[in-house]
Design a protein around this ligand. Structure first.
Ligand SMILES: NC(=O)c1ccc[n+]([C@@H]2O[C@H](COP(=O)([O-])OP(=O)(O)OC[C@H]3O[C@@H](n4cnc5c(N)ncnc54)[C@H](OP(=O)(O)O)[C@@H]3O)[C@@H](O)[C@H]2O)c1
Length: 323
């Protein structure tokens, strides 16, 4: 019998229930996948808590890897037996197997294991789109990146290093600082005992940085704006600490700053573009520039525990569930 995590109400991790589910045959344009790993992302917390509205009851998770078990009529993207991954799929990745439209699937190269791929679909693709599309880096810049030891963060550290970009990363503990440094982060600010703005000004000789990638949101907004150089850009790409409300007048006062609030869904269209983004991520892994493995592995039944760990800042790097 297939199993899936479902939730019937908005709330804390305890609303996540493991259930037996019937997974039917794929219809036109659909495939059935048996998952090998499901990735846990902060966006899953946003759905569970109602920050992103969704119909209830529902499944959870939009990012997983596995093997194609069956294909419906008119599927051209993948074949039975093929290893695949996906991101931003319909909710329901917290499951042993599922049916999903084939257009979401990304074939996995032989050189990239399922374990590694499970850390790349959402998180590697996020590093790609932040650094190569949203605010494209040229190499040589000094940037500020929050949550540098997180799931996206550890990949971002390595990607920045590979591009010749000096990353100033923020983390909450000394253990996370050591991990971010080991992954290529040039300067690390430990937020529990250091002032972000003072340290960034010190490192940049008072100039500030041209771009801040801020996934923490509410708690770091003011510091992020104060760390930017004149005409700098805030990439507000997440809200781990709470929502961001921007006062446009402050942008003028602090140096004619720009703000962008990108969402992955708009950067993986059309499908051909998503595949070329994925290819770039895979090449970074194949060339050895990025090494990525899950740091926390939970069973599907323990999804609530995985959420508690992620929300309480107890995790580093990627967290995955084994269905
Ligand atoms: N816009 C997009 O398309 C997109 C795509 C993917 C991810 N994201 C965003 O990127 C961020 C990272 O995602 P992830 O899944 O890799 O998570 P993560 O970075 O592994 O976990 C979040 C980290 O944020 C830091 N943090 C600071 N204040 C926090 C608070 N009040 N509560 C929880 N965490 C806090 C913690 O690191 P420290 O303890 O070191 O501070 C924590 O480990 C999330 O905000 C996510 O929504 C956005």
């Amino acid at each position: 019998m297939s199993k899936a995590i479902r939730f019937y109400e908005i709330g804390g991790p305890e609303v996540l229930k493991l259930e037996n589910v019937e997974v039917g045959d794929p219809g036109p344009g659909e495939v059935r996948i048996k998952h090998t790993f499901t990735a846990v992302n902060f966006i899953d917390v946003y759905y569970r808590t109602g920050f992103y509205p969704t119909a209830l009851p529902n499944g959870l998770g939009s990012d997983a890897v596995g093997v194609v078990e069956a294909i419906g009529p008119d599927v051209t993207e993948v074949k039975v037996g093929q290893r695949v991954g996906y991101l931003m799929g319909p909710l329901g990745a917290y499951a042993t197997e599922r049916v999903i439209p084939a257009r979401f699937l990304i074939p996995l190269p032989d050189e990239v294991t399922d374990r590694t791929a499970a850390t790349l679909m959402m998180k590697g693709m996020t590093a790609q789109y932040l650094f190569r599309q949203v605010y494209p880096l040229k190499g040589g810049e000094t940037i500020l990146y929050h949550a540098a030891a997180g799931g996206v963060g550890l990949i971002a550290c390595q990607w920045a290093k590979a591009m010749g970009v000096k990353m100033i990363g923020t983390v909450s503990t000394d253990e996370k600082a050591a991990l971010a440094k080991a992954n290529g982060c040039e300067h690390v600010i430990v937020t529990s005992r250091e002032n972000i703005v003072d340290r960034v000004k010190e490192i940049t000789d008072g100039v500030g940085v041209p771009v801040v990638y801020d996934s923490v949101g509410k708690d770091t907004l003011d510091a992020s704006l104060s760390c930017l150089s004149i005409r700098g850009t805030l990439v507000s790409n997440g809200t781990s600490s709470g929502p961001v409300i921007i006062d446009a007048h402050q942008l003028a006062l602090k140096g004619s700053l720009s703000v962008t609030r990108p969402a992955m869904a708009h950067f993986i269209q059309p499908r051909s573009h998503m595949l070329s983004m994925a290819n770039e991520v895979f090449e970074m892994v194949k060339s050895g520039k990025i090494v990525s493995e899950p740091k926390q592995i939970y069973s599907l039944a323990d999804a609530a525990e995985a959420h508690r760990a992620l929300e309480s800042r107890a995790t580093t790097g990627a967290t995955v569930l084994v269905p």
